[in-house]
Design a protein around this ligand. Structure first.
Ligand SMILES: Nc1ncnc2c1ncn2[C@@H]1O[C@H](COP(=O)(O)OP(=O)(O)O)[C@@H](O)[C@H]1O
Ligand SMILES: [Mg+2]
Length: 354
């Protein structure tokens, strides 16, 4: 699939821009802090309905303005469409001119795989980074996943509020059963999806990583959860109830899930070198790319933010050759040359394009 046009209004440091893209490679180059990543962010917003940089939508509105707007025209193998998102006091999302009610209705229209310098935190950072990676990948393929995840998180917040009320206002303890029942229902669906997708990654990543490391390294991925079944999670919630009341939050659950990457049978977060982290993250992202491609039956759009800082020039050519037919949107600080491919080049300066 590919994006034909992006229109942005009062988005980050842009006033108003209309950007045409081509089906192959699109390069946005310029110095730091000019607005390159903001373009990637606008596309991400059109795909996932949120930013990858901030939880606060308001931050994306141009300073001094009340509203921002993005519009993305895309082409898929079987249909074309327009997504429009308005940010202001409320977030309004339109699909082909019709306002949607649930965020999950947006998902799956524009399929992306994003590579950013922050990806390294998927392996080096805390488990929330790994959950975010899974959540972004799964929710654009299975909108139902995002639906249950949001309900789970809402229920979790309510349960946590109630835990504090038990402690502070001596509220009845057995009413917690209601929240527990709700939690395990959503958790079970989330578990099934996460398990399915971690297994898919496992299948792909072994081959990809062997190729990248010239058969020197063996990689593996393992899902870490304590909520494999409803019964198990319910039992856990019961066992932890007293601790949860004392702490005032739910100490165990699907919101604590994690996965571990092993290189030659050793956990990478403990034993991995800098270089191993870099290759492992590339293998992980390429596995994601393959999975998305298989699931949607066409090429997702590749967003490569600050690509040069991670790979040298010959590796870029190599990487792009592997990509073949996907639309690629690259940001970097220098103009790059790409052979055998159509490339559209924009210079980004102070929130305008040339
Ligand atoms: N809400 C906003 N309103 C106006 N300018 C913003 C807003 N958010 C970020 N910026 C500006 O955008 C620029 C950073 O854009 P970014 O795309 O991250 O840069 P880069 O070209 O390095 O990728 C900075 O100059 C920053 O001040
Ligand atoms: Mg940037």
């Amino acid at each position: 699939m590919w994006i034909k046009k992006i229109k942005i209004n009062n988005f980050r440091n842009y006033k108003q821009e209309e950007i045409s893209l081509n089906e192959n490679i699109n390069l946005f180059y310029g110095e730091n802090a000019q607005g390159k990543t903001n373009i990637i962010e606008a596309i991400f917003l059109g795909s996932i309905g949120k930013s990858f940089r901030t939880k606060k939508d308001k931050e994306m509105i141009r300073i001094g303005q009340e509203n921002a707007k993005i519009e993305i025209e895309y082409q898929k193998s079987d249909r074309e469409g327009i997504i429009k998102i308005e940010l202001g006091n409320k977030k309004n999302i339109y699909l082909n001119g019709i306002k949607i009610k649930k965020l999950s209705e947006l998902l799956g229209n524009i399929n992306i795989v994003i590579f950013t310098p922050d990806d390294i935190n998927i392996l080096k950072g805390g488990p929330q980074n790994r959950r975010k990676f899974l959540d972004i990948m799964i929710s654009q393929l299975k909108p139902n996943y995002m639906y249950h995840l949001n309900l789970y998180l809402k229920t979790l917040e309510q349960r946590n509020n109630y835990l504090r009320q038990i402690k502070e206002e001596k509220k009845q303890e057995d009413l917690l059963d209601i929240w527990d029942e709700k939690l395990i229902e959503h958790a079970n669906i989330i578990y099934e999806y996460r398990n399915e997708f971690i297994n898919k990654i496992k299948e792909k990543i072994k081959e990809i990583h062997k190729e990248i490391t010239n058969y020197k390294e063996d990689i593996d991925i393992k899902y870490q959860t304590e909520c494999q079944t409803k019964e198990k999670y319910l039992q856990l919630l019961k066992e932890r109830r007293n601790i949860d009341i004392i702490k005032g939050y739910t100490t165990k659950g699907i919101h604590r899930d994690d996965f571990i990457i092993y290189i030659n049978n050793k956990p990478i977060d403990i034993y991995g070198s800098q270089g191993q982290h870099r290759t492992a993250i590339l293998s992980l992202k390429l596995s994601e790319l393959n999975i998305v491609k298989e699931e949607i039956g066409e090429e997702p759009i590749l967003l490569l933010d600050d690509f040069m800082s991670e790979l040298d020039k010959s590796r870029i050519q190599n990487f792009l050759e592997k990509i073949k037919n996907a639309q690629v949107i690259i940001t970097c600080t220098e103009k790059i040359k790409v052979e055998n491919k159509k490339i559209l080049i924009y210079n980004v300066k102070e929130g305008s394009l040339n």
